[in-house]
Design a protein around this ligand. Sequence first.
Ligand code: IPD
Ligand code: CA
Ligand code: CA
Length: 260
Amino acid sequence: MDLQALLAGIEPIVRRAGAYIRTAVPSSVDEKSNHSDLVTEYDVNTQRMLMSDLAALHPEANFMGEEEHLEADIRTGDCFVIDPIDGTTNFVKGFNRSCISVALLRNGQPAAGVVYNPWNDEYYSALKGQGALLNGTPIRVQNTPLKDSVVGCGTCPYYPDLAQKTLRVCSVILNTALDIRRMGSAALDLCDAAMSRTGAFFELKLSPWDYAAAGLILTEAGGEITDTEGNPVSLSHPSPVVAGNPIARKELEEIIRNTK
Ligand code: IPD
Ligand code: CA
Ligand code: CA
């Protein structure tokens, strides 16, 4: 299926899901892998809604998603990678900073990506090789070094063993950069890097549905996303993420590598 047509078809589907969660009042909140790993009825319902609409748009595509153990072999063909609500803790606590994230992988590589925050109506989209857009307007990163940047971080709330390392890295960044932000969701944090609101972002372990779409948006805006060794992030398994404009990302990668 033609990617431009697919991207156009995804927009009303994602906006409909956004309208659904924007007016939601979560009532049942359950825990998944640990006490911080929350899931609501809206996470599950939104994934089902997205899957049903996206399957009607592109019947040949497979699905990988955060909820209900939705796994797929991504190596061949087309596969949607969905995070129905990225930023569930923000959603439950009323921070109005969560999003719907949908990527399309073609033969294992990101081909299209959409991230939508329904609370401020920021709709990010990208097609491989064709740049990134915010609400239809092209976006491009600025090459600001770390010392002149705000740095985004994620705290790996579902992996408590990574807390101390995360804090040690943050302590170095606080002495290097302008300041730190920990806002979540990871997809929106990556889009903030694409907008150069932050110069760089890191989180020591994320899942492919957190970064599949936003990673493409960032790279199409001229940024980079790698693991802590500077290698491409995995799209089939969890990975550390170091992202941002090329200069700040590289500086951040070195800080993380040199922080024991
Ligand atoms: C989480 C959010 C959060 C990040 C976590 C993610 P979820 O996703 O992106 O900002 O720190 O590592 O797992 O569980 O809200 O979809
Ligand atoms: Ca997520
Ligand atoms: Ca989620």
